[in-house]
Design a binder for this molecule. Sequence first.
Ligand code: MSP
Length: 656
Amino acid sequence: MREKKPFYITTPIYYPSAKLHIGHAYCTTIADAIARYHRLAGDDVFFLTGSDEHGLKIQQKAEEAGIQPIEYTDKIVASFQALWKRLDISNDDFIRTTQKRHERVVQEIFRRIYAKGDIYKGEYKGLYCTPCESYWTEHQLDENGCCPDCHRPVQEVAEEAYFFKMSKYQDRILKYIEDHPDFIQPASRRNEMINFIKQGLDDLCISRTSFNWGIPVPTDPKHVIYVWFDALTNYLTPIGFLDDPEKFQKYWPADLHLVGKEIVRFHTIIWPCILMALDLPLPKKVYGHGWLIVDGDKMSKSKGNVVDPNLLIDEFGADAIRYFLLREINLGQDGNFSRDALISRINSDLANDLGNLLHRTLNMTLKFQDGVLTAPQGESEVDRSLKVDAMATVQAFATGMEDMKLSDTIKTVWAFIGRANKYIDETAPWALAKDPAKKQELANVMYNLAESLRLISVLISPFMPQTSERIWNQLGLTDAGKAWSDVQLEDAETWGGVPAGLHVGKPEQLFPRIEVEKDEAPVANAKAAKKQKQAKQEPKTKKEEHLPEGIITIDDFAKVQLCVAEVLACEPVENADKLLKLTLSVGSDAPQRTVLSGIAQFYQPAELVGKHLVLVKNLKPRKMRGQLSEGMILAASDGKALKVVEVGMPAGTEVR
Ligand code: MSP
């Protein structure tokens, strides 16, 4: 049996600078599924999420709105909490960096590290944009060396600031990462971090005097503690760092900090250095998940492709969204969200596979046995094989969840759902019901189906808690004395938990099928879908232009977005002689892309790495050989030879 243990899991704390989007919901949903799995497995879980509320940006937003920063963050943070509630996020605490309990922790940490001599006062030099009141680094400036926001000139300024001696810990953190292969995951991010540290760590500026929305330095209150020193320490506050040694002992070091890939560096370098300075053990694991992109593109307000999770929940319900996010995307990689793909998963996996299994099972039990399941006697070959598959699925579920392979685990559970549906076809209960001599055989089949659904209800509970509970209740298990909230993984580890004599309930539809009109183009969000519908209803006022065949207008061409993409990696695709898989950078702040291209007969993978190619950026992503291809690279070909189009411009540059 697996040892039961305390399990401390965290998400990043979110900036209340804007409303949360589906990418944030993705991160929190992953953490929630993992936390729910550990509770199911009997662990003593502490699951933390929260809000990161200080800093100049928030202060400015509040000023723009003519209110105090705390009034501003109160409102936005309330919207975070409401969203997490709607999405069934089961966090045990919600930390706000503006809470008194956190201020005490941050100031105490500052005091301790200062007393140790690892914090000193120095001078921070930076490039400052006065109208925006923002500091920028050289590489953040626009192409004219001006502020990237307002495009006005910046000035070099210096301000007094406190620094944390990160450089002192450089060798220790490097050794730690090298000695603990599990600390940073996935492995590719670990290599990135090792390379980063090897370039040398600078001391970290941890205070500012140019704004005041922050926690004051205890001994020098004209300074406020700056960003990461305030944010990362949130993980210590709710588990009793200052006031509950027993609790702290139990949950620290954290088992898992789940973070987006762009903040892995802060969690695996700055955070460990702070902990080393405090003589505290380091977290056991930092997992950097990929980004959720929308129809192949990074979400941004200016592109108008930000997907609001609240609208999706309104339309499809929390469980469908959770299912999609957890099933569709491999944790370490970027993944694509599209409304089309969501609807297709709902229809095929949820309404069809799962919904039908429950509906058929309950209906037939009501019809053929007055809704009562009796104890099975004897078993056929096909019954035995169903049981073996069921037990193997429970095993694979536990292993998959321990390894954080969420998508693969869901696929395994759905393979079993498929198996159970097939069992209905193989055993044909409607035929057994016609033959009085097959009464026991029929009873066995109905029992086995209900038992399969009992196990399925347990196994989907981390991913879709509402659906899990609905199945449990419809099977009649709550009425039979076992509350869904008391269910443990152990309950699924042996076959036969459905009590003989159980009265099943009436089937209620789990997921209605979503009807999509045939000519409806795929769109990312509900707003866009609404627009599309309206557009269809509105009569066209502009006269259609008739062009000679093959001729397009400039507007037609403008639909194609081209940009420069740098090849970061390239490899052959298994069982596909013509295809190469390219990992592309389309700019430092855009997610990486994977493109499959039919050029394997003309290039060795290594020849392409480092080349700057032209990418069709807004091509609808499609799956080839089971892998997502997000765009197309341009090449010239006369049918015999082929050459990719190369340009000497940085990745991300638009091509027109
Ligand atoms: N406040 C810091 C974190 C401090 S943790 C001590 C922060 N906040 S954030 O609101 O900008 O981002 C929070 C998390 O949301 C990050 O892990 C980030 O990767 C994640 N995501 C933001 N957009 C995302 C997607 N499009 N897809 C997946 N995750 C995304 O950083």
